[in-house]
Ligand binder design. Structure first.
Ligand code: MN
Length: 204
């Protein structure tokens, strides 16, 4: 973020680290082409404008007031930076501690939560994201179109993401083709619950 420009953060693990659930080629293209393009296009969109110098969070928070290129590419940059962190090799399993308690008391059980989140991911028509957010101190499942997210002032349901899944076809098509349901089912095996718990505690 030096000189008012954004840059692609390194992936926190190798491209093949999420195999067999997310394949190496998808991860490599997703990070080096798709995410990089959001970064490049965001920089282009703010260069020489009054938006240059604002933080990514500031740009996203004022999504209704910025050009579409800033909303879409700023969202793309934020969402993917977040997405890489809430996944990890040898992830999955069940959340524990306070987060597990909150999920159980909010949704009744982990299985109920998983179903609500999966339904949200599968129900998003076209491209977008499904989220677990902290909204006024409560856990809420939500989804957003395109590269929007719940931090945006334009979001229908606002809050702070603690878990999210990219359901754009570029996130799964090479391995799963049109079978978004198989991608989502397999994706649970790479969830980084330590990071989700950390975000929960930070934002509760
Ligand atoms: Mn993506």
């Amino acid at each position: 973020m030096n000189n008012g420009t954004f840059s692609l953060p390194p992936l926190p693990y190798p491209y093949d680290a999420l195999e067999p659930y997310i394949d190496k080629w998808t991860m490599e293209l997703h990070h080096t082409k798709h995410h990089q393009a959001y970064v490049n296009n965001l920089n282009k969109a703010i260069e020489g404008t009054e938006l240059a110098g604002k933080t990514l969070e500031e740009l996203i928070g004022m999504a209704s007031k910025v050009p579409a290129a800033v909303r879409n590419n700023g969202g793309g940059h934020w969402n993917h930076t977040f997405f890489w962190k809430i996944m990890k090799p040898n992830g999955g399993g069940l959340p524990s501690g306070e987060l597990a308690d909150a999920i159980n008391s909010t949704f009744g059980s982990f299985e109920n939560f998983k179903k609500a989140f999966t339904d949200s991911a599968l129900g998003r028509f076209g491209s977008g994201w499904a989220w677990l957010i902290m909204s006024n101190g409560k856990l809420v499942v939500a989804s957003t179109p395109n590269q929007d997210n719940p931090l945006m002032d334009v979001a229908e349901v606002k809050g702070i993401p603690i878990l999210g899944i990219d359901v754009w076809e570029h996130a799964y098509y090479l391995k799963y083709q049109n079978r978004r349901n198989e991608y989502v089912e397999n994706w649970w095996n790479v969830v980084n619950w330590d990071e989700v718990s950390r975000l929960f505690k930070q934002n509760k």
